[in-house]
Write a protein that binds this ligand. Structure first.
Ligand SMILES: [Fe+2]
Length: 177
Protein backbone atom coordinates (compact mmCIF):
# COMPACT_ATOMS: atom_id res chain seq x y z
CA UNK A 1 0.00 0.00 0.00
CA UNK A 2 1.31 3.42 -0.98
CA UNK A 3 0.70 6.50 1.18
CA UNK A 4 1.40 9.96 -0.23
CA UNK A 5 1.90 12.36 2.69
CA UNK A 6 0.44 15.82 3.15
CA UNK A 7 -1.47 15.87 -0.13
CA UNK A 8 -3.37 18.83 1.20
CA UNK A 9 -3.98 20.80 4.37
CA UNK A 10 -7.51 22.12 4.88
CA UNK A 11 -8.19 25.53 6.41
CA UNK A 12 -11.40 27.25 7.49
CA UNK A 13 -11.46 30.89 6.45
CA UNK A 14 -13.14 33.91 8.00
CA UNK A 15 -13.16 35.43 4.51
CA UNK A 16 -12.63 32.93 1.71
CA UNK A 17 -11.82 35.44 -1.03
CA UNK A 18 -9.37 37.25 1.21
CA UNK A 19 -7.59 34.01 2.10
CA UNK A 20 -7.33 32.60 -1.43
CA UNK A 21 -6.37 36.07 -2.66
CA UNK A 22 -3.56 36.11 -0.12
CA UNK A 23 -2.12 32.75 -1.21
CA UNK A 24 -2.51 33.60 -4.89
CA UNK A 25 -0.81 36.96 -4.47
CA UNK A 26 2.05 36.04 -2.17
CA UNK A 27 2.65 32.36 -3.01
CA UNK A 28 1.60 32.42 -6.66
CA UNK A 29 -0.88 29.62 -6.03
CA UNK A 30 -3.46 28.74 -8.69
CA UNK A 31 -7.00 27.46 -8.48
CA UNK A 32 -7.38 23.75 -9.23
CA UNK A 33 -11.14 23.55 -8.64
CA UNK A 34 -13.97 25.09 -6.64
CA UNK A 35 -17.01 23.43 -5.08
CA UNK A 36 -20.20 25.35 -4.38
CA UNK A 37 -22.78 24.73 -1.67
CA UNK A 38 -25.16 23.62 -4.41
CA UNK A 39 -22.76 20.76 -5.17
CA UNK A 40 -23.77 19.21 -1.84
CA UNK A 41 -27.31 18.63 -3.15
CA UNK A 42 -27.16 15.07 -4.54
CA UNK A 43 -28.47 14.38 -8.05
CA UNK A 44 -29.34 10.82 -7.05
CA UNK A 45 -32.91 10.75 -5.58
CA UNK A 46 -31.90 7.98 -3.15
CA UNK A 47 -29.13 10.14 -1.66
CA UNK A 48 -31.34 13.21 -1.75
CA UNK A 49 -33.98 11.43 0.34
CA UNK A 50 -31.46 10.90 3.15
CA UNK A 51 -30.91 14.63 3.68
CA UNK A 52 -33.35 16.64 5.84
CA UNK A 53 -35.50 19.04 3.83
CA UNK A 54 -34.36 21.94 6.02
CA UNK A 55 -30.76 21.27 5.01
CA UNK A 56 -31.71 21.04 1.30
CA UNK A 57 -33.59 24.34 1.52
CA UNK A 58 -30.59 25.99 3.13
CA UNK A 59 -28.20 24.55 0.53
CA UNK A 60 -30.47 25.86 -2.24
CA UNK A 61 -30.45 29.32 -0.67
CA UNK A 62 -26.63 29.41 -0.87
CA UNK A 63 -26.21 27.16 -3.94
CA UNK A 64 -23.99 29.65 -5.81
CA UNK A 65 -21.76 30.47 -2.85
CA UNK A 66 -18.27 28.98 -2.92
CA UNK A 67 -17.86 26.16 -0.39
CA UNK A 68 -14.36 24.80 -1.03
CA UNK A 69 -11.47 26.13 -3.13
CA UNK A 70 -8.43 23.99 -3.90
CA UNK A 71 -5.25 25.91 -4.74
CA UNK A 72 -2.14 24.22 -6.14
CA UNK A 73 1.46 25.37 -5.87
CA UNK A 74 2.82 27.24 -8.91
CA UNK A 75 5.91 25.06 -9.30
CA UNK A 76 4.65 21.79 -7.91
CA UNK A 77 5.11 19.25 -6.65
CA UNK A 78 2.07 18.09 -8.56
CA UNK A 79 -0.79 16.85 -6.42
CA UNK A 80 -0.12 19.00 -3.36
CA UNK A 81 -2.75 21.56 -2.42
CA UNK A 82 -4.15 23.89 0.16
CA UNK A 83 -7.91 23.53 0.64
CA UNK A 84 -9.92 26.55 1.80
CA UNK A 85 -13.38 26.31 3.37
CA UNK A 86 -15.91 29.11 3.45
CA UNK A 87 -16.81 30.09 7.00
CA UNK A 88 -20.54 29.74 6.22
CA UNK A 89 -20.29 26.07 7.02
CA UNK A 90 -17.83 26.46 9.88
CA UNK A 91 -20.41 26.32 12.62
CA UNK A 92 -22.83 23.85 11.12
CA UNK A 93 -23.06 20.25 12.24
CA UNK A 94 -21.66 18.85 9.02
CA UNK A 95 -18.82 16.46 9.78
CA UNK A 96 -15.90 16.78 9.77
CA UNK A 97 -16.50 19.50 12.32
CA UNK A 98 -15.17 22.96 11.63
CA UNK A 99 -15.45 24.59 15.00
CA UNK A 100 -12.51 26.86 14.61
CA UNK A 101 -10.81 28.94 11.98
CA UNK A 102 -7.39 28.24 10.57
CA UNK A 103 -5.80 24.80 10.20
CA UNK A 104 -8.46 22.12 10.15
CA UNK A 105 -7.18 18.85 8.75
CA UNK A 106 -4.35 17.05 7.04
CA UNK A 107 -4.98 14.92 3.97
CA UNK A 108 -3.07 11.88 2.77
CA UNK A 109 -3.56 9.96 -0.46
CA UNK A 110 -3.46 6.16 -0.66
CA UNK A 111 -3.66 3.85 -3.66
CA UNK A 112 -6.24 1.54 -2.02
CA UNK A 113 -8.52 3.11 0.59
CA UNK A 114 -10.27 -0.15 1.48
CA UNK A 115 -6.90 -1.80 2.15
CA UNK A 116 -5.87 1.22 4.24
CA UNK A 117 -9.12 1.04 6.22
CA UNK A 118 -8.83 -2.72 6.79
CA UNK A 119 -5.24 -2.29 7.87
CA UNK A 120 -6.28 0.26 10.51
CA UNK A 121 -8.99 -2.11 11.78
CA UNK A 122 -6.59 -5.06 11.86
CA UNK A 123 -4.14 -3.03 13.92
CA UNK A 124 -6.81 -2.06 16.46
CA UNK A 125 -7.46 1.45 15.15
CA UNK A 126 -11.25 1.28 14.87
CA UNK A 127 -11.77 3.82 17.68
CA UNK A 128 -9.91 6.45 15.63
CA UNK A 129 -12.06 6.12 12.51
CA UNK A 130 -14.74 8.81 12.13
CA UNK A 131 -16.10 8.36 8.62
CA UNK A 132 -15.95 5.11 6.65
CA UNK A 133 -14.55 5.02 3.10
CA UNK A 134 -17.04 6.19 0.47
CA UNK A 135 -17.41 8.30 -2.67
CA UNK A 136 -17.14 12.07 -2.26
CA UNK A 137 -18.28 15.08 -4.26
CA UNK A 138 -14.76 15.64 -5.61
CA UNK A 139 -15.04 12.24 -7.39
CA UNK A 140 -12.48 10.60 -5.12
CA UNK A 141 -13.01 8.05 -2.33
CA UNK A 142 -12.64 9.51 1.13
CA UNK A 143 -12.47 8.42 4.76
CA UNK A 144 -11.67 10.31 7.95
CA UNK A 145 -9.90 9.45 11.17
CA UNK A 146 -8.37 11.35 14.07
CA UNK A 147 -5.08 10.87 15.87
CA UNK A 148 -4.77 10.50 19.67
CA UNK A 149 -4.74 14.31 20.05
CA UNK A 150 -7.89 14.73 18.00
CA UNK A 151 -6.18 16.07 14.88
CA UNK A 152 -8.38 15.28 11.90
CA UNK A 153 -6.90 13.35 8.99
CA UNK A 154 -8.68 12.87 5.67
CA UNK A 155 -7.70 9.98 3.42
CA UNK A 156 -8.26 10.06 -0.32
CA UNK A 157 -8.04 7.45 -3.02
CA UNK A 158 -8.12 9.28 -6.30
CA UNK A 159 -9.94 8.03 -9.38
CA UNK A 160 -9.16 8.83 -13.03
CA UNK A 161 -11.80 11.59 -12.84
CA UNK A 162 -10.91 13.04 -9.42
CA UNK A 163 -11.12 16.83 -9.39
CA UNK A 164 -7.70 16.78 -7.74
CA UNK A 165 -6.44 15.24 -10.99
CA UNK A 166 -8.49 16.79 -13.80
CA UNK A 167 -10.22 19.78 -12.20
CA UNK A 168 -13.95 20.33 -12.10
CA UNK A 169 -14.83 19.59 -15.75
CA UNK A 170 -16.27 16.08 -16.12
CA UNK A 171 -15.55 14.30 -19.43
CA UNK A 172 -18.73 13.77 -21.51
CA UNK A 173 -20.65 10.58 -20.82
CA UNK A 174 -18.85 9.84 -17.56
CA UNK A 175 -21.04 9.34 -14.50
CA UNK A 176 -19.99 9.61 -10.86
CA UNK A 177 -22.25 8.39 -8.02
FE1 LIG B 1 -9.75 18.05 2.63
Amino acid sequence: MVVQPNAHIGMVCRDLEKSIGFYKKFMGMREKFTLYYGDMIPQDPEWLAKIPQERIDWLKSVADVKWIVYLEWPHGPEGYFLEFFHELDAHIDNPPSKEKFGLNHLDIVVDDIQAFYQDMITKGGEEFIDILPGPSICRSYTMWFHDPDGNQVEVHQYTDISMQRIGRELPKGVVWP
